[in-house]
Design a protein around this ligand. Structure first.
Ligand SMILES: *Cc1c(COP(=O)(O)O)cnc(C)c1O
Length: 382
């Protein structure tokens, strides 16, 4: 029986051609033609003020922590149900992480729980748009502005997804916080193997961002002819990807609409086929709030219990279909649990124990989705 993996990287066709062009151009280090093409693409398509490609979203988050001058005096509020890098980037600068619970109906941070966690030491709120679904950004930006805090969007999963504010304005995710980080890891919608991007929306970071990106030097300004020699002017690291990676990414960007359309069709088919099974009460389908679009990054179901999840995983596995769970709450992680203040984060734990992700990738077929949902039906009723 055909194996259905959980993820399969999709190649649009032009990747190797563009890599060849980059190699033959004689410039394969970073910040060359393909890097600029990608950055301009994002700035024009989404109106981001400034974009810098990075070697990963993890790197983009680390850049954000440096740009915000995060230090050991600081506290940073973020969800517990997220990837390690969201927290690690700020822990590397010595900050204390204060975890907030997810919403009852969605893995995203519960905006109503943020304000009581703010202390005089709080410097930033990091939001994660889980599955590419927007957090309640109007509420979060209002809290941040009232308490003079920075907002970083971990938009790793949020490419081409939008938030509609109460004013009716529709804004791309990644354009709302002071800074935002995207991922092009091979498990995301748009990929370059490993890759990421920092988006700078606040003018005050424009001057420093290229310096931090280029090892703490003013090399980028030097190559533009703005200064006549370059040197060490700040802290930084080697955050920029080589042109080989950027060339790959550019090939993907040319097919962004096609990729998004197919993923959404698959997502909608999953939803349609699983909807009639939801009355069993054994699982809940994802909820997309009215203020958010869906970019079909993940198709997940929230099982009633860990046992139901195990049952579905086992039945799918017997039939060569790979389904996986997701984050383990960071406040319970072996590394950070000792620093957590003991608050119970029950929704985060529920998603840790009960959320199940189904195969989702461009080359998945409608027939595959029918097969998968058929076995889920069997698992629930068998
Ligand atoms: C994938 C992901 C990351 C890490 O992205 P990399 O590009 O692999 O560093 C960070 N945060 C979230 C929410 C992610 O989904």
């Amino acid at each position: 029986m055909k194996t259905i993996p959980f993820n399969k990287p999709f190649l649009t066709g032009k990747e190797t051609e563009y890599i060849k062009q980059a190699v033959e151009s004689g410039k394969i280090s970073g910040n060359g033609m393909f890097t600029k093409k990608c950055q301009t693409y994002f700035e024009e398509r989404y109106g981001f003020k400034k974009c810098l490609l990075t070697t990963s979203c993890t790197d983009a988050l680390e850049m954000a922590a440096i740009l915000l001058d995060i230090n050991p005096e600081d506290e940073v509020i973020m969800p517990s149900f997220t990837f390690v890098s969201t927290a690690n980037a700020f822990v590397l600068r010595g900050a204390k992480i204060v975890f907030a619970d997810s919403m009852k109906g969605h893995p995203n941070i519960d905006a109503d729980l943020i304000e009581p966690l703010i202390t005089p030491r709080t410097k930033a709120i990091v939001v994660v748009h889980y599955a590419g679904v927007a957090c309640d950004m109007n509420k979060i930006m209002a809290i941040a502005s009232k308490h003079k805090l920075f907002v970083v969007e971990d938009a790793a999963q949020a490419i081409d997804s939008f938030y509609t504010g109460s004013d009716g304005g529709r804004r791309p995710l990644g354009s709302i916080g002071h800074l935002a980080a995207f991922s092009f890891h091979e498990t995301k919608n748009i990929i370059s193997g490993e890759g990421g991007m920092l988006v700078i929306n606040d003018d005050k970071f424009i001057g420093r961002c290229e310096i931090v990106w280029e090892k703490g030097t003013n090399r980028a300004a030097f190559f533009r002819g703005e200064i006549d020699k370059y040197g060490w002017v700040d802290i930084g690291s080697s955050f920029l990807p080589s042109e080989i990676v950027s060339a790959f990414l550019f090939a993907q960007l040319e097919h962004l609409d096609q990729i998004q359309k197919k993923r959404l069709q698959l997502w909608n088919l999953y939803y349609e086929l699983l909807k009639p099974l939801e009355i069993s009460g054994l699982f809940k389908l994802p909820i997309i709030p009215l203020y958010s679009t869906n970019n079909a990054h993940i198709f997940y179901m929230v099982c009633k219990s860990n046992e139901v999840r195990q049952k579905i995983i086992a039945v799918l596995k017997q039939n060569n279909i790979l389904s996986v769970f997701h984050y383990l709450s960071l406040h319970k992680s072996p590394y950070y649990c000792k620093n957590h203040d003991g608050r119970v984060l029950q929704n985060s734990d529920k998603y840790s124990d009960c959320l199940l992700r189904l195969p989702m990738y461009y080359e998945l077929t409608y027939e595959d989705v029918r097969r998968i949902t058929g076995f889920i039906n069997f698992a629930l009723n068998g």
